[in-house]
Design a binder for this molecule. Structure first.
Ligand SMILES: C[S@@+](CC[C@H](N)C(=O)[O-])C[C@H]1O[C@@H](n2cnc3c(N)ncnc32)[C@H](O)[C@@H]1O
Length: 266
C-alpha cells in the first residue's frame, strides 16, 4: 500500500476542511491513508499527490464526492441517546391537536437510523395528523442507504419491540437477517443532500432539530457558523438536540439549555 507523506496529508486536511468544514487532526493520518487507498487503485494512480491533483483538476466532480464520502465518519444507530426521544414524544403529544404541521429535521442524518427513530415516535404520537421529517447529510453514499430504509437486523436492536412490530418488516428468504422500515413511514421522510458548512437550501422551519455527533468534527469557528445557520431554521419555542459529548458553550447564545444536550429557542 502507498504511504502518505506529511505534505500530502496536509493537502487532504485542507481539502476536507474546505469541502465540509471537517478538521482532521494529525492523528487521522493513517485513517486518511487507509480510506483513500482504494481510490488510487481505482483511478490507476501511484501516489496521493496524483490523487489530490485529480480532485483539484475540476474535471472529477464525482470523485470529489467519493472522497468526501470516504473522509466523513458515519457511525449512528437507532434510538441513540434515548432521552432525546422521550422529550420528542412529549413535544409531539403536546402538538396533537394544533393545526400547524409538526416538523423535525435530522441535520446530519447519516444512514437514516436517527430519522426513522424520529419517524416512529411521531407516527406513534401523531398518527395521521400533519407532520414530516427531513433528513440531510453531506454524504451522497449514506443518503442512498438512508432512502432504502433497509438494515441488517443486528443494527436494529435498540428499536422498541412494539415499534419493531408496528413499523418494520422482517426479511425472509434471501432477505433473511434484514429489516425494512415500512413504506408508509419511509414516505414521511424526505432526504436531501445538504452541506451545513455552506448556505442552507430552503427547508422551511422546524419544531425540533437534531444536530448530533457532527459538531465534534468542526473547529470553533465552523461550529459557530453551522449552529447559527441551523438555528435560523428553528421556530421560536423550538427544541435543539446535540450529541452528549458536544456543547454549545461559547458557540451560541441563541438557545437556552434546559437539560444536558437539550436546548430551547426563546
Ligand atoms: C457520526 S454521524 C452522526 C449521525 C447521527 N446524527 C447520530 O448522531 O447518530 C456524522 C454525520 O455528519 C455528516 N457530516 C459531516 N460534515 C458535514 C457537513 N459539513 N454537512 C452535513 N453533514 C456533515 C457525516 O457525513 C456523517 O454522516
Amino acid at each position: 500500500m502507498n504511504t502518505i507523506t506529511d505534505t500530502e496529508f496536509t493537502r487532504f486536511q485542507r481539502f476536507i476542511f474546505e469541502a465540509a468544514g471537517i478538521t482532521l487532526t494529525p492523528a487521522k493520518k493513517a485513517l486518511v491513508c487507509g480510506r483513500l487507498a482504494k481510490r488510487l487503485q481505482v483511478n490507476q494512480l501511484s501516489s496521493y499527490t496524483e490523487y489530490f491533483e485529480l480532485l483539484s483538476s475540476g474535471a472529477a466532480a464525482g470523485e470529489v464526492q467519493t472522497a468526501v464520502d470516504l473522509l466523513t465518519t458515519n457511525e449512528t444507530y437507532f434510538f441513540r441517546e434515548p432521552k432525546h426521544f422521550d422529550l420528542l414524544r412529549e413535544l409531539a403529544l403536546a402538538a396533537v391537536s394544533r393545526p400547524q404541521p409538526f416538523r423535525v429535521w435530522s441535520a446530519a442524518s447519516s444512514t437514516g437510523e436517527e430519522c426513522y427513530s424520529i419517524t416512529m415516535v411521531l407516527a406513534d404520537c401523531l398518527g395521521s395528523a400533519t407532520w414530516d421529517v427531513v433528513g440531510s447529510d453531506i454524504s451522497s453514499r449514506v443518503l442512498q442507504r438512508a432512502r432504502l430504509g433497509h438494515y441488517p437486523l443486528e443494527r436494529t436492536r435498540h428499536i422498541p419491540p412494539t415499534y419493531l412490530k408496528r413499523f418494520c418488516l422482517k426479511g425472509t428468504g434471501d432477505q433473511e437477517g434484514t429489516l425494512l422500515v415500512e413504506r408508509a413511514l419511509r414516505n414521511r421522510v424526505s432526504f436531501a443532500q445538504v452541506n451545513l458548512n455552506t448556505d442552507l437550501p430552503r427547508l422551511g422551519s422546524f419544531d425540533v432539530i437534531f444536530l448530533r455527533n457532527v459538531m465534534i468534527y468542526f473547529n470553533g469557528d465552523t461550529k459557530r457558523q453551522v449552529v447559527a445557520r441551523v438555528l435560523s431554521l428553528l421556530k421560536p419555542g423550538g427544541h435543539f438536540f446535540i450529541g452528549h459529548s458536544e456543547s454549545l458553550n461559547e458557540i451560541s447564545s441563541a438557545v437556552q439549555q434546559i437539560a444536558p444536550s437539550i436546548y430551547r429557542k426563546p
